[in-house]
Structures are given as structure tokens and as C-alpha cells.
Ligand binder design. Structure first.
Ligand code: TRP
Ligand code: SF4
Length: 365
């Protein structure tokens, strides 16, 4: 069982074997102008993505839904979702960004006002600063607690889901609070809302998520089937991305500042943090020259791979020079820290302007 509210590190191969997630590599050639995250295998799996490929090719319309639970600060790992949304926006998708304040309230005890504030000052501010364009027509953001359509839909869908099913999917027990029990249904409704008549009717929909969210995806797909007669839902598709490793080699987590580079970090601190990150280098320079480093085990390399280098050739060169012992970790870190400084210099400036726009998006009038 995968518990979406705990923080276990997942074995990606196993997910593909056990849960019927398909490897993304088989589909990659069919995607026109795929984003870096797809090309580099960071998006490693999918369900029914063929439907989305077809909709993109035929320009027949599709939706992307990816929510955020406001519970803490955003770190650089979260940027992956934004990168995907920016790409989908270019592909002409209808984009839905639910802010899961109901989830945050029932699973984490975060008050609604706090969620709204976090959504503005953290999530939306970062989404805008990173380049997502909320001025476009086809992008919708809402707080779950303020979306009557989603709440009603969740209630309607709940008629065909029973307690045993929720227990076996999520491990809910007798001591689970009742609001928490209801939260997955709200998320299912988030994902199916774009297919309601008033939102343009049934359409292919993709949900880009981390593998921890897969239980929600499976439940959504099952429920979509159960309500096919009533709503003519097209079973939603999904993609799955790997998580970036934390600076210490453990999971990157907002609740452990030592593992994370936050998007609100100053360029200086970001630089300092990457300089202290765990590498795949050898104990001594001599060994490194002789045996080379292991980029696969290197957080610095991962930062370059996920976020800091666009050019495939440049990245390949770094990889090989690490492997064959030409580059030492010191110089590699200096190069990476320069790149991260530039990235954060730009981002921190853009964040200042972005916060105003973010506040307008969720303004009450
Ligand atoms: N559960 C997601 C999280 O923990 C948030 C979420 C809410 C979501 N609704 C969604 C994700 C719809 C994808 C699609 O961050
Ligand atoms: Fe990582 Fe660079 Fe060291 Fe290789 S040389 S292990 S990529 S820091």
C-alpha cells in the first residue's frame, strides 16, 4: 500500500511492476517536442497517456489537473510540476490547479486562512515567478473549500464508494477523522470536474503527479468508470515523476530544511546549500582521478539534470567528465553553484512582483 500522507521513499521499478504503471520510455517517441523532464526519464511512468498524445496531435482539446496541498514552503523539487504545467500551457491544455485546503485541514490540521495565505505567498507566487501565465484564459485556480461544484460532485461520487474500499486503499482505520475520509473524494472531484457539461463536457484529462499520489489516481479511475453512464467520463490519464534527492542524500522535504533548497531562498543561501550537498565523489582526489565519480549518486548532478542545464550536450559532457575522473567535485560544485545563484537571482526578483498578482488571483471580490 502507498500512503499519500506519509513520506516513504518509493521504488520506481516496483511501482511499474506491481501497480500497472507503464514505463514512459515506450511513448516518448510519439510526443512532439517533449519537455526535458520527459526526455531525461524523470517522468518515468504513465497510465493511458496515449489518449493525451492523441489529443495533442489532433488538437482536440484536453485538460491537465494538478493540485497542491498548502502545508509548508515550496522547495526546488516542486518546480517539476510547474515546468510541466508551463509545457502543457504551450500545448493548449485547459489547466486546473486546485488548492487542497480541505485536504490540508483534515490531514494536517492547517486552518483555512493559513492555507489561503500559503497558497498566495508560496505556491501561486512561485508558479507565476517560474513562468506559468495566469493571464491566459484556459487556466483555473480555486480553493477546494470555495468550490461548490467540486464539493457537490464529491458528494455525488461518494454514493458509490464504501468504507472498506477506502480502508484498503488508504489504510484508514477506526481512528481516522471523518473529514480525512472525505478528502480523497474531493480530490477525485477535482480531477473529474473539467469533464462536467458546464466545463465543456467529457475530455481526456491528465494528472501529472509524484508516485505517492497514485492511490488517488487509481480511485479516480475506478470512480470514473462507475459513473460512466451518468457523466460519460473519459477515464483520466496520469504521469509519474521521480523525486529529486535531498541535499543530505535523504528525501527532500520541506519539514527538514537541511535537505531542501526552498524557492524563497536568497541566492547566497542557495549557493551555500548546493556547496554542502552530498556528492558521488571519491574520498581522495587521487581516487577520483583514478576511478571517477558516480553522478548517479550525486545530488549536485541531480540538480543539474533536473533544473539547471538545458543543453543535452553540456549535461553529457559533465556526466562523462565525472565518470572518467577528469572533473573533481570542487570545480563541479563551483560551476553548479554559479548556475544556482543565477537561477535564484532571477527567481527572487520575479517573486517580488509575482506576489501581487498571486494575491489578485485569490482575491475575495
Ligand atoms: N493531494 C495532492 C497533494 O498532496 C493535492 C491535490 C488536490 C491534487 N487535488 C488534486 C493533486 C488533484 C492532483 C490532482 O499535494
Ligand atoms: Fe557529482 Fe560533479 Fe563530483 Fe561527479 S564530479 S560526483 S557530478 S559533484
Amino acid at each position: 500500500m502507498i500512503d499519500p500522507w506519509s513520506s516513504a521513499i518509493l521504488d520506481y521499478e516496483k511501482l511499474i511492476e506491481q501497480f500497472g504503471i507503464k514505463p514512459f520510455s515506450n511513448l516518448l517517441d510519439e510526443v512532439e517536442d517533449p519537455p526535458t523532464l520527459m526526455k531525461r526519464g524523470i517522468i518515468f511512468g504513465h497510465r493511458d497517456y496515449g489518449r493525451i498524445v492523441k489529443a495533442m496531435r489532433e488538437k482536440s482539446g484536453f485538460a491537465v489537473v494538478t493540485g497542491m496541498m498548502p502545508s509548508g514552503k515550496m522547495h526546488i523539487g516542486h518546480k517539476m510540476i510547474v515546468d510541466q504545467l508551463i509545457w502543457y500551457q504551450k500545448q493548449g491544455a485547459d489547466i486546473y490547479i486546485p488548492i487542497a485546503d480541505m485536504e490540508s485541514y483534515s490531514a494536517r490540521g492547517v486552518e483555512f486562512e493559513k492555507s489561503r495565505e500559503l497558497a498566495i505567498t508560496e505556491y501561486l507566487t512561485n508558479y507565476i515567478a517560474l513562468g506559468l501565465d495566469f493571464k491566459k484564459k484556459n487556466i483555473h485556480t480555486y480553493l477546494q473549500s470555495e468550490n461548490k461544484t467540486v464539493q457537490n460532485l464529491a458528494y455525488i461520487l461518494g454514493r458509490r464508494v464504501n468504507l472498506n474500499e477506502m480502508k484498503s486503499i488508504y489504510g484508514f482505520s477506526g481512528s481516522t477523522n471523518i473529514s480525512h475520509l472525505y478528502v480523497p473524494l474531493v480530490q477525485v472531484a477535482d480531477i473529474l470536474q473539467p469533464q462536467l457539461e458546464e466545463f465543456g463536457g467529457p475530455k481526456p484529462t491528465v494528472v501529472p503527479v509524484g508516485p505517492d499520489q497514485d492511490p488517488h489516481i487509481r480511485l479516480t479511475r475506478d470512480i470514473a468508470e462507475r459513473f460512466k453512464n451518468k457523466f460519460k467520463f473519459i477515464t483520466p490519464s496520469s504521469t509519474y515523476h521521480r523525486f529529486i534527492t535531498g541535499l543530505t542524500g535523504d528525501k527532500m522535504s520541506s519539514s527538514k530544511p537541511k535537505t531542501a533548497i526552498f524557492l524563497s531562498e536568497s541566492p547566497e543561501v542557495a549557493e551555500k546549500k548546493i556547496k554542502s550537498a552530498k556528492t558521488g565523489g571519491k574520498e581522495s582526489l587521487e581516487d577520483q582521478r583514478l576511478l571517477g565519480g558516480i553522478p548517479e549518486d550525486c545530488v549536485v548532478y541531480e540538480m543539474l539534470l533536473y533544473h539547471l542545464i538545458n543543453s543535452e550536450n553540456e549535461l553529457k559532457e559533465i556526466y562523462h567528465n565525472c565518470k572518467n575522473g577528469t572533473t573533481m567535485c570542487g570545480e563541479c560544485k563551483t560551476m553548479a553553484s554559479l548556475k544556482i545563484r543565477k537561477f535564484f537571482e532571477k527567481l527572487s526578483k520575479r517573486r517580488i512582483i509575482a506576489e501581487n498578482d498571486a494575491r489578485k488571483i485569490l482575491s475575495r471580490n
